[in-house]
Design a protein around this ligand. Sequence first.
Ligand SMILES: [Zn+2]
Length: 496
Amino acid sequence: MTPPARRALLRGMALALAVILPVLLARCSGAPAGAKPNVLLITVDTLRLDRIGAYGGPPESTPSIDTLAGQGVRFASVQGPRGLTWPSLTTLLTGLQPRTHGVRANGAMLEEGFRTLPEVLRSAGWKTAGFLANMCDAPNRGLDEFFCAWWEKTGPPPRRTRFQWASHEQAAWDESVTRHAIEFIGGRHERPFFAWVHYIDPHKPFDPVPEFASPIVDGSFQPDDATLDALTLGPTPMTAAQRAQLFAIYDSQVKGVDAKIGRLLAALRDAGRENDTLVIFSADHGEELGDHAVYFHHLCSVYQQVLAVPLILRWPGQLPAGRVVEADAALVDATPTVLDLLGVPTALPFEGASRAGLARGTPGASGADATFSEWSDRMVIVGEGKWRYIWNPKQVVPECLPFTRSETVHFPVAAEELYDLESDPSQRSNVVASRPDRAAEMRGRACEFVTEKEFRRRNFDQVPTEVRERLESLGYLEGEVADTGPPLSSFCPSAP
Ligand SMILES: [Zn+2]
């Protein structure tokens, strides 16, 4: 068969599947027509776990998220796959690790052939919609309706100096997303809906809108790019007072998003849809805020300040209110869990597992034996209960450019690091030397992980020029250069 003929045949088969699959799925689901709930997925960019009240943070910042947690199931220990938006959101939406779905950097495209949660749900009869405050080019397939706040007035935004937007502008994008999502939630729908709402404002720049500014914020510290870069690069440590101000400012931005989430959930209730809607709340990653290497962002970090994420599921009458799941889970489990809860069968080869049993409180339901995060294709972070192990056999030193200076920020990571989160939640004390047994066991896990999955190398050549330019203008394509060295698996004991 000639290549064009083969392509035509494949297209025909794909089309036939697209027509037949929804029918099959509807027949297989076993649920009577009309019994499907709506699904509302809320994600917040750069939301650090320990700044959420329900997760031990200041409750005054997150009353809406905390209320949601009280009404649903809160997973206490959820590991994100990467401290970077696109890889992480793609993992959330595909149930695959970055080294499998191949989106290892912002700007990388998800290959055809992988299926996202909205695509699966659309095939199974849901009306799908997305309302994104940023990252509008990120894997957004399968959405019948799509609103991007970035593009609202001007179309794809013009080039700008890197990260020179104002936080107030981010708050405006979040506001715009909220209004459009509320309109959708309250609208008439012939089918159950899946709506994804993604917020941005906890992301830097750190400059809260006055309406939500904490009374602690006194103006004594202005954490603009130049000031933060000077702290990262310079010899002067951040003072306790500066740190307190930075956290109060960050919390104020979280509070602004929380208020919008509160309005979203109130709209769901006012529309009479609270009881037949599964709400999923999560984040792509957290933020360092100066805690390691006086680094304030997330791209370079391999620590829990960035890798720990929230996961809350609320479905009145179907999931127990106020339940807290202590067992380990990961963001890669989200899509399998949601599809399991909805009763949507799928043969997709997920790397995550359904934690629906844990959510329901089913006796014997188990969490993840181990969780895995990645830093590009060069480091692996293994989680097992209270332990976090960082495997960096190439001794890579992530380089993250500051936003206003030309010097390179080095974010040092040892060849191996091991932390006991119970006694050392801030990950200050590397105990790899005193616990070689534990380190060896977790190194074995890391080796299994990298050996099992051949990393799908991607490079920026595959990013469409227009998308690439837009991301570069926003400072999003830094710190990632394709690794041409030997694969991580070659550092494993069994490697030839
Ligand atoms: Zn992000």
